[in-house]
Design a protein around this ligand. Sequence first.
Ligand SMILES: NC(=O)c1ccc[n+]([C@@H]2O[C@H](COP(=O)([O-])OP(=O)(O)OC[C@H]3O[C@@H](n4cnc5c(N)ncnc54)[C@H](O)[C@@H]3O)[C@@H](O)[C@H]2O)c1
Length: 457
Amino acid sequence: MRVSVVGLGKLGLCTAACVASKGHDVVGVDSAASVVEALNRRACPIRESGLPELLERSYGRMEFTADAGAALRGSDITLIIVPTPSGPDGAFENGFVLSVLNSLAPALKEKVERGDFHVVDVVSTVMPGSSEGEFMPLLEGLTGGRRGRDFGFAYNPEFIALGTVLRDFLNPDVVLIGASDERTAGMVRRLYESVCDNEPRFAVMSPTNAEIAKLALNCYVTMKITYANELARLCGAIDGADVDAVAGAVGADTRVGGRCLKGGLGFAGPCFPRDNVAFQRLAELNGVKLFLPPATVASNDFIVDDLFKYVETYVPTPSGRVALLGLSYKPGTHITERSQSLMLMDRLLDAGYGVSLHDPAAEPDLTRWPSGRAVKYADPTEAVLSADGGAVVLAVAHPEYAGIDWAAVDRRLTRPLYLIDCWRMFRGFPFEGLRNIRYVGLGEGSSFRFLTDARGR
Ligand SMILES: NC(=O)c1ccc[n+]([C@@H]2O[C@H](COP(=O)([O-])OP(=O)(O)OC[C@H]3O[C@@H](n4cnc5c(N)ncnc54)[C@H](O)[C@@H]3O)[C@@H](O)[C@H]2O)c1
């Protein structure tokens, strides 16, 4: 197939590279001259694991341009993957998608008049109702063609996570296809069948149902994550309880399933929080009162407050220093959007604590704080040692932290140091024999014992 991809950002460039890597000819379009220019000299403008290597193998089948019309003319299907920012009320805004549709329309009109069936496939996350209410009527008005007869329209969102975009794109559980007609659904399906490494389930439906399903699925996953986090809070308060044992049993039931059931810090990043708010907004706009999405957001927001209270209990005087290990919103990415770790950092700095930071890839903006109050270290062990007498919060389970030699750290400490392990990455390490490190695994009842000890001191 000849495929054009409009929007070569975090999702679009990965999609273009995956499609080209499976033998399709791809024309990539971006309105940012710097993106097109970088790709034309074979420099990868996006940081995503495995992407430079995949592009390297696929450049021979890829072209890059700023001209969306030319890209449409030279392809059979056009994927639109441009931003849909959240507006002040939490609903996604369609301005970028509409601008792309306007720029594609003259070339689509030529194809309509020639009887050449072209598929326009919106991948960006949009508010339900956008395809029926705005996108398809706009294209029909500008081209004089009818959806399903003269051109095809699909809404086909992705369920990828940053850091594993390529693997997720090539191995989806489900490919969601909201199509204007069967012929279009068939073309989108054939594209994915030829690209995916696995044999995913295809869920073919109307564009409106696909728009709702995209938000509904992400909203469900955030509820599940939040349920596990509440379980962790509960287990952490019951002496002898262990969230991993409890969640393991709960997740073994096939009605629940074990994924996304590890209690720890809350969900963050560029998708989950805003999809959840948009889902609530969708309900409000349709006069429906939903209870679960706002409860999920409230519980997720509470986690940083709770963690801050933990730290405050262990390190009562802000003269103590806190080392934060991990700043991104999850392992395997440098993205810090709505990262709980950065929210905790702000709370600590506001309260007067000194903060030592480490992350293998994320670069936080520390210019807001007086120099020395927040210091970023290149080496996690040095960050930990700088918090001697205070606390360490392991906020992101970056695999790099598995190499920290806690026995060696302990020997170099001069005072007690609380290690608050939000993901229980170091459970099983024999901390009992150490002189200075006090291990606190979030969601382990023994952490409650420490908490009462600390309160009593
Ligand atoms: N990144 C994710 O994890 C993810 C996951 C699922 C869905 N999505 C959705 O995908 C969409 C894109 O997200 P992203 O993270 O890739 O965005 P991004 O900001 O990383 O990239 C968007 C790209 O589109 C380009 N662009 C903007 N207007 C354009 C135009 N008129 N013509 C051509 N190019 C244009 C920008 O220059 C940029 O390179 C959003 O709707 C997002 O919600 C993203």
